[in-house]
Design a protein around this ligand. Structure first.
Ligand SMILES: *[C@@H]1O[C@H](CO)[C@@H](O)[C@H](O)[C@H]1NC(C)=O
Ligand SMILES: *[C@@H]1O[C@H](CO)[C@@H](O)[C@H](O)[C@H]1NC(C)=O
Ligand SMILES: *[C@@H]1O[C@H](CO)[C@@H](O)[C@H](O)[C@H]1NC(C)=O
Ligand SMILES: *[C@@H]1O[C@H](CO)[C@@H](O)[C@H](O)[C@H]1NC(C)=O
Ligand SMILES: *[C@@H]1O[C@H](CO)[C@@H](O)[C@H](O)[C@H]1NC(C)=O
Ligand SMILES: CC(=O)N[C@H]1CO[C@H](CO)[C@@H](O)[C@@H]1O
Length: 462
């Protein structure tokens, strides 16, 4: 199971990570070494288990409080090894994101798409942390960690905590400085069947990656009631309705994971255009949408061979919004079909500064996907299916139901309605995003893709 393998090789060849003197295969930045392997062997497997309280209980359980305190301890130092880890991981995150995008593109047809590659990665990594045996091996493969020499001992295994900490440092960077205009929050909820115990260390691994973490028990044997309880639980926590995604919960579910990533950004100096503007959904259908405009010097590329343009707009100190638009009558399909051939940060390369007046729709895109369905569409229904070995999560056999990933991206203007200030000098190049386009949000330093999607109709975002 390594369709990702060939892509991975491609990226490895492009960006070998070289240490000061000796070459260290990037895999070993994350794998166990000989001495930590020996420690693992002698480690006594005596797990503390927790039975989550009912979703209907009004109290905040002690285990959630403890987790909050632990979360604060995990502050990351930045060092060269950490940078190498980020640089390697960002490519794996991209490959996974593009694979999921690929199946979504086939299933949702012309709809908007929004997914968070970092969050998808983190979700599957959580299950890796809870998996043993073949399930752990398969998940590691799926996450893109292929051992370089086919080693079969413990050094061929990836230490999931190192990966998790690297993902966390990426998130921390996004918020590190000047995040004033950015709202970035992550919520994780683990819902288990009543009486099912969950390992404390598994919960501990999930919690630090989220701003809000909840673990509650729900009776799934009444699926519609379970869906209602979950809906109302989330509503109390500022999560917008997940429409239909909670429908058809499997009766046999004993574990359901839901994560929600929100990113809201304000375009400084952008102004709202007074009148609604045309947006062409396809060559013969237009809708009228609220748009904003911003003038400034942005990094830009126009590729007249491949027929697309890229513009990079900073939305905070460390968050970059990248917009990709087809040119010369090219359509999005063509660009999408070549995604997997691009290295993860290709869109950030070879751009040059240009004075531009950019008009683009105001955006609110909220999308929810069930990873179990997407895995089935990828012909991998067994990866987290009924036979999955998740003995590190619970001592009972778990049936993982839905794995819901929800992402919200909101882009607004900061300035008031009105006219753009026109400074003298060079006349700006006018670019109007008035046709379907791709968008991505990158963290600037690590070049990790936080959000990725396409806008085919700005009016049907939620
Ligand atoms: C092995 O890994 C552990 C934990 O990551 C680290 O503390 C130790 O220094 C490493 N040992 C060697 C020989 O690299
Ligand atoms: C899960 O994996 C562990 C480690 O390989 C193994 O000992 C155990 O028997 C497996 N359990 C099941 C139910 O397959
Ligand atoms: C929900 O929103 C309110 C008001 O916007 C805010 O004060 C509160 O912290 C939010 N709660 C969560 C859990 O996000
Ligand atoms: C780009 O557009 C031009 C003009 O429409 C066309 O001749 C050319 O084949 C296109 N290139 C690609 C790679 O689609
Ligand atoms: C859990 O699953 C394993 C393998 O499928 C099976 O051998 C074992 O009996 C099951 N345990 C329980 C408690 O159902
Ligand atoms: C911050 C907040 O609103 N938290 C709520 C999340 O939902 C649970 C269950 O409804 C409430 O107990 C919390 O107060």
């Amino acid at each position: 199971m390594s369709p990702g393998g060939s892509l991975l090789c491609f990226f490895l060849c492009l960006s070998p990570v070289v240490c000061d003197r000796v070459y260290v295969h990037p895999f070993h930045l994350f794998s166990y070494n000989k001495s930590s392997c020996e420690k693992l062997d002698t480690l006594v497997q005596e797990e503390k288990m927790i039975v989550p309280i009912s979703i209907e209980s009004q109290t905040i359980p002690a285990y959630e409080e403890t987790l909050k305190d632990k979360t604060k301890l995990d502050i990351q130092r930045s060092d060269s090894k950490g940078d190498q880890r980020m640089s390697y991981l960002k490519d794996l995150v991209y490959v996974l994101g593009v694979r999921f995008y690929g199946v979504l593109k086939e299933t949702v047809k012309d709809d908007n798409i929004l997914l968070s590659p970092t969050n998808l990665y983190r979700t599957l990594l959580s299950f890796y942390l809870g998996a043993s045996g073949q399930t752990a091996t398969d998940l590691q493969d799926f996450l893109g960690f292929i051992p370089p020499f086919g080693d079969l001992d413990c050094t061929s295994k990836v230490d999931g905590h190192k990966v998790l900490l690297t993902l966390k440092s990426i998130d921390d960077l996004l918020l590190s400085s000047g995040a004033g205009d950015l709202l970035f929050t992550k919520l994780s909820c683990l819902f288990s069947a009543p009486g099912v115990c969950l390992s404390e260390s598994f919960m501990h691994s999930l919690a630090p990656a989220s701003d809000f973490f909840y673990a509650r028990a729900v009776d799934f044997t009444n699926p519609s009631q379970a869906a209602e309880l979950i809906e109302s639980f989330l509503k109390g926590n500022n999560t917008s309705r997940s429409k239909n995604v909670l429908m058809n919960i499997d009766l046999s579910t004993t574990l359901l994971l839901l994560t929600y990533l929100q990113l809201k950004a304000n375009l400084k100096t952008a102004v709202q255009l007074e009148e609604l503007q045309e947006f062409w959904i396809d060559s013969s259908t237009k809708v009228l949408v609220p748009m904003m405009a911003v003038t400034g010097t942005f990094l830009y590329k126009r590729d007249n061979r491949k027929n697309f343009s890229v513009i990079k707009v900073p939305v905070s100190e460390n968050a970059l919004l990248v917009l990709v638009q087809p040119l010369n009558g090219n359509d999005l399909n063509q660009i999408e079909s070549e995604l997997s051939l691009h290295p993860s940060s290709a869109w950030l390369q070879n751009l040059s500064p240009r004075r531009i007046k950019l008009s683009l729709p105001e955006l609110t895109i909220d999308r929810t996907y069930d990873l179990q369905e997407l895995l089935t569409d990828m012909n991998l229904p067994a990866l987290l299916g009924k036979k999955a070995n998740l003995t590190k999560i619970s001592n009972v056999n778990l049936t993982v139901g839905k794995i819901i990933n929800k992402a919200l991206f909101k882009l607004k203007h900061m300035g008031a309605e009105g006219l753009l200030e026109e400074k003298g000098g060079e006349r700006p190049l006018e670019i109007q995003l008035n046709k379907p386009f791709l968008l991505a949000v990158y963290e600037k330093k690590s070049k990790a893709m936080i959000l990725f999607g396409r806008v085919t109709n700005p009016l049907t975002g939620v």
